[in-house]
Structures are given as structure tokens and as C-alpha cells.
Design a protein around this ligand. Structure first.
Ligand code: 3PG
Length: 211
């Protein structure tokens, strides 16, 4: 068995990380298939719905070539649960000391959220080099990323929150952006309609974006 992908490899695998809130378990596999067929191998399934953990388990088993991550991981307990479910990485909206300690002692890579320079420094201190700027637009968007590039030139960000297909190219053009996150690939209306061709088309457009 090959070694698990590093967080950097996972974040480089796709210009856009789809942020997914899944209500129906029976949609997990067709959704993952549509994203993969559209050229998006990385998925973030948020722990915002009751079926999220089982969805991660099923997708990870059915599509070993995908990088299935868990989002909205806010506690050490949740980090352990998503690792047990087979997630390849975890994403959190912010960083707490207990979560940083659990990530340091566990095996699962964590992409922690930050919004201020002080939070960036706390995350750096805990050993993180890849950070999610969240919520990106509210934090100042591209001008915030430019400002952070001065003092924190070795860090790479995944801006998430308010990023759109229109704004994604400008985000991706920033040297300190490794990928962007967004929910626009999996809109609720298309999920409710199980419209996999439309989601595949959105994925195809997103996968064509370049850093
Ligand atoms: C979220 O937490 O839902 C993500 O940040 C996605 O935000 P978006 O819906 O603005 O893309």
C-alpha cells in the first residue's frame, strides 16, 4: 500500500476544494463520482449533517483514488472519528489548543482555519504551514492574502468562504494561495435534484482553473 498523501499533495491535487453538506447518504457515491469525473479528486464533506461520517466512510472505500476530507472538525473527538471513518485529511474553521494537540499526536493532516495575524502565528507555533483563510471574503479577501504574504511568506492558504467561480481565478493567482474552497460546485438545488451531469459540469469548469 502506498504512503498516505501529505496535506500539500492533497491541496495541490485540485485548484478548488468543494465544501459539501450532504443530507442524503444515498447521494454520497454518485456525488463523488460526478466530481471525480469532472476532474476534482479532492472533497471536503462537512460534519454538518448526520450522514457525514458514513458518507466519508463510503466514499473513501469506493474511491481510493480520491482525497476525501472532513470539514467542520472542531474537537479532538471529531478528529478521531473522521480518522476512523477513513478521511484523508481534516479541515477546521479555526484552531484551538486541544485540536492542535490532537492533530500533533494523531495521524490525520489538519488544515486549520485562521482569520487574523495572531491566529496565523498561533497556528505557525503549532507547526502548521498550510492554513485555511476563513471566512475569506469577510477577512478581507485578496487584499488580506497580499498583506499576510509580507510577514508570513512561507505559508500557503486555502481561502474559503465567499469565493465564487468569478473570484476564484484572482484568488488562485496569489502566490500564497495553494487552492480555494467553495460550496458552489455542490449547490443545494442540484443536490436535491440529484443532477449529477450539472455537478459534473461545474466540476469540469472548476478543475480547469489554474493556480
Ligand atoms: C463553508 O463553511 O460553508 C465554506 O466556507 C463555504 O463557503 P461558501 O458557501 O461561501 O463557498
Amino acid at each position: 500500500m502506498s504512503a498516505p498523501a501529505s496535506l500539500e499533495q492533497i491541496l495541490r491535487a485540485s485548484p478548488v476544494m468543494p465544501v459539501i453538506a450532504l443530507d442524503r447518504l444515498d447521494q454520497a457515491l454518485p456525488l463523488a463520482e460526478a466530481l471525480l469525473e469532472g476532474g476534482i479528486p479532492t472533497l471536503e464533506i462537512t460534519l454538518r449533517t448526520p450522514v457525514a461520517l458514513e458518507a466519508i466512510r463510503r466514499i473513501a472505500k469506493a474511491f481510493p483514488q480520491a482525497h476525501v476530507g472532513a470539514g467542520t472538525v472542531t474537537t479532538p473527538e471529531a478528529l478521531r472519528q473522521v480518522a476512523d471513518a477513513g478521511a484523508a485529511f481534516a479541515v477546521s474553521p479555526g484552531l484551538t489548543r486541544p485540536l492542535a494537540e490532537a492533530a500533533a499526536t494523531g495521524t490525520l493532516p489538519l488544515l486549520p482555519g485562521v482569520m487574523t495575524p495572531a491566529e496565523v502565528m498561533t497556528a505557525m507555533d503549532a507547526g502548521f504551514r498550510f492554513l485555511k483563510l476563513f471566512p475569506a471574503e469577510q477577512a478581507g479577501g485578496i487584499s488580506m492574502l497580499k498583506a499576510l504574504a509580507g510577514p508570513f511568506k512561507d505559508l500557503r492558504f486555502c481561502p474559503t468562504g465567499g469565493v465564487t467561480p468569478e473570484s476564484a481565478p484572482a484568488y488562485l493567482a496569489q502566490p500564497n494561495v495553494i487552492c480555494v474552497g467553495g460550496s458552489w460546485l455542490t449547490p443545494r438545488a442540484l443536490l436535491e435534484a440529484s443532477d449529477w451531469p450539472a455537478i459534473r459540469a461545474l466540476a469540469r469548469e472548476a478543475s480547469a482553473l489554474r493556480r
